[in-house]
Design a protein around this ligand. Structure first.
Ligand SMILES: NC(=O)c1ccc[n+]([C@@H]2O[C@H](COP(=O)([O-])OP(=O)(O)OC[C@H]3O[C@@H](n4cnc5c(N)ncnc54)[C@H](O)[C@@H]3O)[C@@H](O)[C@H]2O)c1
Length: 415
């Protein structure tokens, strides 16, 4: 394909050179004459392992050229990849000046083209930016289709990351344009994730936040280990050997707050003992407050339900257990009762006369009259409420019955 790459920085230059290496006809565009001059002379404009060799090879083959003229760059391109910078502003917001400007410049040139241009935003942009900034700047007509294709390469291994992508995400409202962009990478290994425009924009933020959280987590655990003279690398390497619960999709589904007899207790103990070692661990110390905020948001959503009798599906801290200790659903019920809501509660594994010990003590302390609220069957609850909160993953049979009831449902489990 004929491709224009707008911006020849770390992302743009690697993208331009690697796409040319894959066989596309590529022209790089940058306002910086130095970068353009370097590429035209067959050199990488900065150091990145393997890039110099590829730029030399593809410029010699005539598959990569460069220009400072956007008009020349997008002249007969089918696809234009925007790779300009989106640096932080002083308040932390994303700086969109380069993106806005290049989009307006493209918009001003579209009328001179005979065919539609697929404009691909490869720069990192906050969800909504393609629709709110790029599309209007392009003029909003049919002369351009906007697609988001975030970049996941890492400086230092950028060429390798491009050629063996960890993730390939393409999103946009125009399916033909999305497929054309995905086709750019069709000879690369890996699965193509075709998503909506806003999802594509958001995935990049989710990935980078996740990476940052992982690093901060490893460093906080490492700091505790150092203080306790425990080999941190042995701990973390062993943690990573668990690919069922640790390095896996487990616990990565947005849903309801966590609870139970272990996670809150052990987080409390770890951060308390760390504080006795004069260790400040902001990430771990803020996990329980974050969980409380999440519960609070669920309570607000529940309070927004119309007044009437509310049924609550679930009481234990998760499905398939009768353990009520630190169940966030118990907290939810306590709050709703405090606000005068009339509740019915059903949990397939809990009958008040059958629970005992710490479990019974906990629930009776928080909700003394829980026995009056607990229904013996799901059907009894559905017949006696006006709306329903799903607070625990329902069984397939329960889903069928809940759907058949026709009741308005607030599902706090599915996010
Ligand atoms: N650097 C990374 O490792 C990395 C990885 C993934 C995603 N990203 C994202 O990719 C985007 C680009 O990052 P970068 O590190 O390559 O930035 P960069 O600052 O190195 O490069 C941006 C280039 O765009 C050029 N430019 C700006 N306005 C232009 C215009 N109107 N016309 C032509 N060229 C123009 C600049 O001269 C510069 O060379 C950012 O949104 C960044 O967040 C970066």
């Amino acid at each position: 394909m004929k491709v224009a790459v707008l911006g020849l920085g770390y992302v743009g230059c690697v993208t331009a050179a690697c796409l040319a290496k894959l066989g596309h006809q590529v022209i790089g565009v940058d306002r910086d004459e130095h970068k353009v001059g370097n590429v035209l002379a067959g050199h990488a404009p900065f150091y990145e392992p393997g890039l110099e060799e590829i730029v030399r090879e593809v410029t010699a083959l005539g598959r990569l050229s460069a220009t400072v003229s956007l008009e020349e760059g997008i002249g007969d391109a089918e696809i234009a990849l925007i790779c300009v910078g989106t640096p932080s502003e002083t308040n932390g917001n994303l700086g969109l000046a380069q993106l806005k400007r290049v989009s307006e410049e493209i918009g001003g040139l579209l009328a001179r083209r005979s065919k539609r241009l697929i404009v691909v935003v490869r720069s990192t942009v906050f969800p909504g930016t393609c629709e709110e900034v790029v599309m209007p700047a392009l003029g909003g007509g049919a002369a351009a289709a906007v697609v988001c294709n975030p970049e996941f390469l890492r400086e230092g291994t950028a060429v390798q990351d491009f050629m063996e992508p960890s993730l390939l995400v393409v999103g946009g409202p125009d399916s033909a344009a999305v497929h054309s962009v995905a086709d750019l990478y069709k000879c690369l290994p890996g699965h193509h994730c075709l998503v909506t425009l806003r999802t594509a924009e958001m995935i990049k933020y989710a990935c980078n936040s996740f990476h940052a959280v992982k690093i901060a987590f490893a460093n906080e655990i490492g700091s505790v280990c150092r203080e306790l003279e425990i080999p941190a690398h042995e701990v973390m390497q062993t943690l990573c050997r668990d690919v069922k619960l640790n390095i896996s999709p487990a616990y990565l589904r947005p849903g309801f707050a966590f609870g139970g007899s272990c996670l809150p207790k052990d987080l409390r103990a770890l951060t308390y003992r760390a504080s006795r070692l004069d260790l400040h661990l902001p990430l771990l110390q803020n996990v329980l407050p974050s969980n409380e905020q999440h519960l609070r948001r669920a309570i607000e959503r529940a309070l927004a339900l119309p007044a009437g009798r509310t049924g609550i599906y679930g009481l234990a801290f998760k499905e398939n257990t009768d353990d009520l200790r630190e169940s966030p659903i118990v907290m939810l019920i306590e709050h709703l009762l405090g606000k005068g809501r009339e509740l019915r509660v059903y949990d397939p594994h809990i009958q008040i006369d059958q629970i005992y010990g710490a479990n019974r003590d906990f629930v009776l302390k928080v909700i003394p009259h829980i026995g009056r609220l607990l229904m013996e069957s799901l059907d009894e609850m559905l017949a006696n409420c006006d709306n329903l909160i799903i607070a625990q993953k329902p069984t397939p049979d329960a889903i069928t019955r809940i759907e058949a009831s026709g009741l308005p449902v607030l599902d706090v489990v599915s996010g």
